[in-house]
Design a protein around this ligand. Structure first.
Ligand code: TYD
Ligand code: MG
Length: 467
């Protein structure tokens, strides 16, 4: 039989070429092309080994939910989907100095206190440094198995011979080194091979493993993207180092939802859980400033109130600036256009600065109405009613649309002492109409022009919306 010609495939865009090249001509990525074995004859062809039949089952069955090992740190357990799953791997990414080692040492100590066996391997610090941190965190009493090593062969052999381990922390995966691979720690090959060994062992021995990963300047976890595919959950620990609070965000989770966040505050004695993030985000708020509006948002299943701040400045020639922190700048452009075209509010010539106070990042379109209120307030130099929250999505014709979970947003607002909520017009769903908490006055808005009219003092009938 004639030998099939060689085939080279790009790992990034899957383009097929006849010869190898350092750079893929289709997508422009470097070092992504590798040779692929020619396709074999069908596995059912004569002369191949006999195949066994696989059993099909129903969707219904008695699959027990995966057991969980809870760290006792509620904010962490919730982001994990209820705790660590035995045999699973978690990647924890984040900027250097954000608090990854602190969080994991606290979680490890809490688990150890609860009688679980926890192994903490550091490749970045000395054992003494970890002890100092433990002292600072006040967790000296916890019985941890602590080691400083970067030799993965030794680590794997030791773990292989250790029984009843519940959790293994590897801090960080970029420092791990396999001696049979001819490249230095932190390279793609080393990171991938080390992770593979650890994840395989975790499955085999039934412990959960947490890999700490550094984040590059561009925000990606250093090392191969493939690492994110290998693990069961990817968590990012983020926050502004100028602020004391930190957010743990799930970006992938095979055992739970990915839109949960955990909120922590970095204190002198480590990370403290923040059970009521809204109070923290609104702590430094000043009422009666034009350009500020409070958004009743939702992070995962939790309502979170944050302040949106907007500043307009006269543009000194050239293209007006649009500077956004914590929100999508494309969405700001859209809102400015809608305010201009549908409501006659001309902001085109001003520089616009938009900031989500406290350093939170909002992804929800439900913030549209709060941003529009902040912009309108800044433009008219009229402060927003200080005890009012805003939520609602704005469409291109200026209509204000329904958003999910209005009730929990309203409840949170009432809990924090707000007296009014500006929101989309209530519609009956089935035979049920949304009920608001007693202490909250509702301002229902059908069109963005209503909002603009409120600020200019004219109680104009809404444009394009029926009564
Ligand atoms: P660390 O956990 O070492 O960060 P990472 O592992 O992500 O690089 O934490 C780094 C910062 O946290 C450090 O600058 C000091 C600060 N910190 C506190 O403010 N309080 C504490 O109790 C601890 C342990 C650290
Ligand atoms: Mg660290």
């Amino acid at each position: 039989m004639a030998k099939a010609p060689a085939r080279f495939v790009c790992a990034n865009c899957a383009a097929v070429t006849a010869k190898w090249a350092g750079r893929c001509e289709t997508c422009g990525e470097w070092n992504t092309i590798s040779e692929e074995a020619p396709a074999a004859a069908s596995v059912l062809a004569k002369g191949t080994s006999a195949a066994r039949r696989i059993e099909f089952v129903d969707l219904e069955g008695s699959a027990a939910p995966p057991p969980r090992v809870q760290s006792g740190i509620a904010e962490l357990d919730r982001v994990l989907g209820g705790g660590f799953v035995p045999g699973s791997a978690v990647l924890l990414g984040g900027d250097p100095g954000i608090g990854k080692s602190t969080l994991l040492l606290q979680a490890a100590a809490a688990l150890a206190r609860a009688g679980q066996r926890v192994v903490y391997v550091t490749g970045e610090e000395s054992v003494d440094q970890i002890r100092l941190r433990a002292q600072r965190l006040g967790v000296m009493g916890a019985k941890l198995d602590l080691a400083a090593s970067i030799n993965l062969r030794d680590i794997v052999a030791t773990l292989q011979a250790t029984t009843d381990v519940a959790l293994v922390v590897i801090d960080s995966i970029q420092t791990m080194w396999l001696d049979n691979i001819d490249s230095s720690p932190g390279t793609v090959t080393q990171v991938r091979a080390s992770s593979f060994e650890l994840i395989r062992l975790a499955k085999e021995k039934g412990f959960s493993v947490v890999l700490v990963g550094h984040v590059t300047k561009e925000g990606a976890i250093a090392g191969p993207r493939v690492l994110e595919h290998m693990v069961d959950a990817v968590l990012y620990f983020e926050g502004d180092r100028g602020h004391q609070f930190r957010i743990l965000r799930g970006v992938k989770n095979r055992f739970g939802a990915t839109d949960e966040i955990g909120v922590f505050e970095m204190t002198e004695a480590g990370l403290a859980e923040v059970a009521n993030p809204s109070a923290l985000f609104l702590a430094e708020r000043r009422g009666n400033v034009a350009g500020n509006a409070v958004f009743a948002g939702l992070e995962g299943t939790r309502p979170v109130l944050v302040e949106i701040q907007c500043l307009l400045a006269p543009n000194s020639g050239g293209t007006p600036r649009r500077s956004v922190i914590g929100w999508d700048s494309g969405r700001l452009g859209m809102l400015l256009a809608v305010l201009d075209t549908r409501c006659g509010l001309r902001l085109g010539a001003s520089d616009v600065y938009l900031n989500v106070a406290g350093g939170l990042r909002i992804g929800e379109p439900a913030a549209d109405l709060a941003v529009a209120a902040a912009l309108t307030s800044a433009a008219t130099e009229t402060p927003v009613q200080a005890d009012m929250v805003f939520f609602g999505e704005v469409g291109l014709s200026g209509e204000v649309r329904q958003v999910a979970q209005a009730e929990s947003r309203l409840k949170e607002a009432e809990k924090l002492g707000f007296a009014a909520a500006c929101m989309p017009r209530r519609v009956a769903r089935g035979n049920r109409k949304l009920t608001a908490p007693d202490g909250l006055a509702l301002v229902e808005i059908g069109h963005l022009a209503d909002l603009v009219a409120r600020f200019s003092g004219k109680a104009a009938p809404p444009k394009g919306a029926k009564g």
